[in-house]
Design a binder for this molecule. Structure first.
Ligand code: PGA
Length: 257
């Protein structure tokens, strides 16, 4: 796992967009895994800027999002479908048929999970997967205790996660769906490259546990320590509780620059 510490959230977002843009330049038909939440908003803003400047072309890119709530209508503005339209899809030249999210409105949710997993496989697997991290260590909606070997499936959200996301539901906890469809840890770990982002002081403790703690099902993001090509981008605040990893990041920086 490689680690870079950037001075603030904006610098982190610029760096993340740069990593994605370079991956698309190297492989124009990249299969890109996407994330939602507050963290990647700046990355999408940067990607839109790079697109407008003619520095990234999404014409042949395929995308797969990590997750979607169960039970929101397809055009519900609080859905991750709507989030992706707002922050990325409608601003760039991604082909609509090449963007994928799980369908949380599907009648047969189990069949939908299988369909999603098969779609990813048919696309040749994910080349680069963008990830955020929840305060409880979740990646996608894989909450603490999730089994490593699981693929896309229906998950039950922890109260802490629903609380964190209530801000998108008018602050009303009860309005946040209790279930979602999420890529599993296995799906995520099969991606050829992982790019995890975290910013802000409220992420400092979980970042330390994920990066410097033992690999454990209690902290799903800790599995990244076992991925052969994972890059973690943090802002100074999110990195503030690191000790060993911080020194290592500094040495890597000195060596490369
Ligand atoms: P956030 O969520 O970016 O809104 O903090 C991260 C996550 O839950 O993965």
């Amino acid at each position: 796992m490689r680690l870079e510490i950037l001075k603030d959230e904006e610098a982190m977002s610029r760096r993340a967009a740069e990593v994605i843009a370079r991956a698309v330049r190297e492989k124009p038909d990249l299969v890109l895994g996407l994330a939602t939440g507050g963290t990647p908003v700046g990355t999408y803003r940067e990607l839109v800027r790079l697109y407008r400047e003619g520095r990234i072309d999404f014409a042949r890119v395929t995308t797969f999002n990590l997750d979607e709530y169960v039970g929101l209508e397809p055009h519900d503005p609080r859905s991750y479908h709507a989030y992706m339209e707002e922050h990325l899809f409608r601003h760039v030249n991604l082909r609509p048929e090449a963007t994928h999210l799980p369908d949380g409105w599907a009648e047969d949710l189990e069949a939908e999970c299988r369909r999603y997993e098969a779609l990813i496989e048919a696309a040749g697997g994910i080349d680069l997967q963008l990830l955020g991290i929840g305060r409880d260590g979740h990646i996608g909606f894989n909450e603490p205790g999730a089994r490593w070997e699981q693929g896309t499936r229906v998950v039950r959200l922890k109260p802490e996660t629903r609380q964190d996301n209530a801000r998108y539901f008018g602050g009303v906890l009860e309005a946040v769906p209790e279930r979602a469809i999420s890529m599993g840890i296995r799906t995520i770990m099969h991606a050829r490259r992982l790019l995890l982002l975290a910013a802000g002081p409220h992420k400092a403790e979980i970042v330390r546990r994920a990066i410097e703690g033992p690999v454990s099902r209690h902290v799903p993001a800790s599995i990244l320590q076992l991925h052969p090509d994972a890059l973690v981008l943090l802002d100074e605040c999110a990195a503030s509780q690191l000790t060993r990893a911080r020194a290592l990041a500094r040495r890597q920086e000195q060596a490369s620059g």
